[in-house]
Design a protein around this ligand. Structure first.
Ligand code: GLU
Ligand code: ZN
Length: 308
């Protein structure tokens, strides 16, 4: 079976080192298996994503030497243009009796005692799962705009991650009914990513471990919508040499700064060295790494970004 992978960046800001690591390894995973690379722009959030940032992102990928075979800055691969497709999936979930409006305010969702996930987000209590028609109308009359949630079963879902191994979650206890449409009408990431990965024929998803905890939800949604879930490969998180986690908040690691400091080959060499693909640091192009790529070389613990 042909490997079909994707880059799925969100143009809400400039790419940073973590996005680049995911992009490089997703590209190597595809190119080392003569697969097909898809570029999808995840610009669902109209407040944070702009066309200019999306164009910058595409240019940054080109600068690094990463290419793709399908997609890009075209409506068929931009989530902001795919609302009707998500609406169709939402309709199917509704017909299955799995959606309901949630009128909770932020304060209500975060009420004391609400269980938290490991990533700090709250497990939804199910407060609106059984509202009567009268209760819904009362909220509507009070001017509250609902978000829409999908009802999850009390079920353990295990994802066999191609790199990190098995990861399980009980959807009811560890995740809770999750939002698939926001109260401002925007489609939620969890729904869009599943629909798009399925319809774009994606069978390999390579991305950062910050999304590992989303994978049981997504595997379940794939199943409910009648799709086959892709094989997931989650990458360890990046740290500096003192063990501190690197994040988007480290402004000096975004590409506007990195491009002034390094050539594409120097940056690729640094990423490849940190990911275990080079025994010693050396400038290298993504192409030159294709024959060296092997998931078994990539650590499963934190990836330490070493100073070159
Ligand atoms: N758009 C997401 C991000 O940039 C990635 C989604 C995914 O890989 O599933 O963080
Ligand atoms: Zn609610």
């Amino acid at each position: 079976m042909t490997v079909r992978g994707r880059f799925a960046p969100s143009p809400s800001g400039r790419m940073h080192l973590g996005n680049l690591m995911a992009a490089l390894l997703a590209w190597l995973d595809v190119r080392s298996q003569n697969g097909v690379m898809v570029l999808r722009i995840e610009d669902l959030d109209p407040e944070r994503c702009t066309r200019e940032k999306a164009a910058q992102l595409v240019e940054d990928l080109e600068w690094l030497g990463l290419d793709w075979d399908e997609g890009g800055l075209i409506p068929s691969h931009m989530q902001s243009c795919r609302g009707e497709i998500y609406a169709g999936a939402f309709e199917r979930l509704t017909q299955l009796g799995l959606t309901y409006p949630c009128y909770c305010t932020r304060a209500e969702r975060l009420a004391v005692g609400a269980p938290h996930r490991e990533d700090g987000t709250v497990v939804y209590s199910g407060r609106c799962a059984g509202l009567s028609a009268e209760q819904r109308q009362a909220f509507e009359r009070a001017g509250r705009k609902p978000a829409w949630r999908v009802r999850v079963p009390d079920e353990d879902v295990t994802v066999e991650d191609g790199h990190m191994g098995a990861f399980s979650e009980n959807l009811r206890r560890d995740c809770g009914d999750f939002i698939i449409r926001r109260s401002d009408g925007a489609w939620a990431y969890q729904l869009a990513v599943v629909v798009d990965d399925a319809l774009m024929g994606i069978n390999h998803v390579v991305r950062g471990s910050d999304l590992l905890s989303s994978s049981p939800r997504q595997a379940w949604l794939h199943r409910v919508l009648g799709y086959e879930a892709p094989q997931f490969y989650h990458l360890p998180l990046l740290t500096d040499s003192t063990g501190r986690r690197l994040s988007k908040r480290d402004a000096d690691l975004d590409l506007s700064v990195l491009r002034q400091r390094y050539t594409p080959e120097e940056l690729t060499g640094r990423l490849a060295f940190s990911a275990g693909l080079l025994e010693e640091y050396a400038p290298v192009s993504p192409r030159e790494l294709v024959s060296r790529f092997d998931w078994r070389k990539v650590p499963t613990g934190d990836l330490v970004v070493k100073e070159a």
